[in-house]
Design a protein around this ligand. Structure first.
Ligand code: C2E
Ligand code: CA
Ligand code: CA
Ligand code: CA
Length: 275
């Protein structure tokens, strides 16, 4: 956790400085960061629970400010959402993912999933649709699949227009994952409107395994997902005990620090190449 601590103290020092300068309001700082490409994708692998092989990677935004150091996505993503910067931010990330991976994708296992997090504001955005098509086109060498992760924390309102937007993604062979499952608003009607291929069980439930004897909550989330024939990704797996428990429950995919932290593009490619 040394890196994490350095990162956290960087965030705190950075933000304090950032918010204390009136001339550089956080939002202008973020706007500049996007324009100057200070925000880059990191990649956290997740593994097939049976084979232990890399099944996919999740793209996670990382902002390294030249003076303030690392800023956490839990800080800048909500800021970007509030000030309508998430669309240009997502566009920047997707461009970089294509650049990072297009000449490396053949090294990855056949059919690797590439997961992108989006916010409600990305929905209905025609540019996002274009970007995903471009991504599918440039990364198809090993039959990789693009997956769009949508959090259930902020519920979507399914209008006919939104349904059509999702239908267009599906026609472009893009899958959906319902992120942070169990923390928000999804009920059965919500899941069936979204019609995802995956659900991601939130790390807050995974973290209870091995701590509390009461696994009823996580067990019932797993049962619900299985009854709906959804593939399950468990996130935030930090210990062997959690991995073993989830394997015993026949979860499809496992993700977390126990397997790998989020990696820079060069770290990721090195890992895949030396496997
Ligand atoms: P998320 O989508 O639920 O991503 C999982 C978070 O858990 C990531 O935090 C990841 O670094 C962290 N994590 C992974 N494994 C473990 C583990 O074993 N233990 C613990 N404690 N944490 C683990 P991160 O990168 O700080 O991102 C936070 C949130 O910010 C994400 O949560 C996502 O909601 C949002 N986010 C990140 N990048 C993007 C992006 O490009 N677009 C959008 N719209 N949201 C993003
Ligand atoms: Ca996610
Ligand atoms: Ca999540
Ligand atoms: Ca989260």
């Amino acid at each position: 956790y040394k890196n994490l601590n350095t990162m956290l103290s960087g965030i705190n020092a950075g933000l304090a400085r950032c918010f204390s300068r009136r001339l550089h309001s956080p939002i202008n700082t973020l706007r500049t960061a996007i324009a100057q490409r200070q925000i880059a994708p990191f990649y956290q692998p997740f593994i097939d629970a049976r084979s232990g092989q890399i099944a996919g990677i999740e793209v996670l935004a990382r902002w390294r400010h030249p003076l303030y150091g690392y800023v956490s996505p839990d800080v800048f993503i909500p800021l970007a959402e509030k000030h309508h910067l998430i669309v240009p931010l997502t566009h920047l990330l997707m461009e970089q993912v294509v650049t990072d991976l297009q000449h490396q994708i053949h090294r990855f296992p056949h059919g690797t999933y590439i997961c992108i997090n989006i916010s409600a504001q990305n929905c209905l955005d025609p540019r996002f649709e274009c970007d995903t098509r471009e991504m599918v086109r440039k990364l198809k060498a090993n039959q990789s699949h693009v997956v769009v992760e949508i959090t259930e924390r902020h519920p979507l309102h399914f209008t006919p227009q939104l349904n059509e937007w999702f239908a267009a993604l599906r026609r472009a062979d893009i899958s959906l994952a319902l992120d942070d499952f169990g923390t928000g608003y999804s009920n059965l009607a919500y899941i069936s409107a979204l019609n995802p291929e995956f659900i991601k069980i939130d790390k807050q439930f995974v973290s209870q395994i091995g701590v509390s004897d009461d696994t009823r909550l996580v067990d019932s989330l797993i049962d619900l997902a299985k009854n709906m024939r959804l593939k399950i990704i468990a996130e935030g797996v930090e210990t062997e005990a959690q991995a073993n428990y989830l394997r015993s429950k026949r979860i499809d995919y496992l993700q977390g620090f126990y397997f790998s932290k989020p990696l820079s593009a060069s770290e990721l490619i090195y890992q895949v190449a030396t496997r």
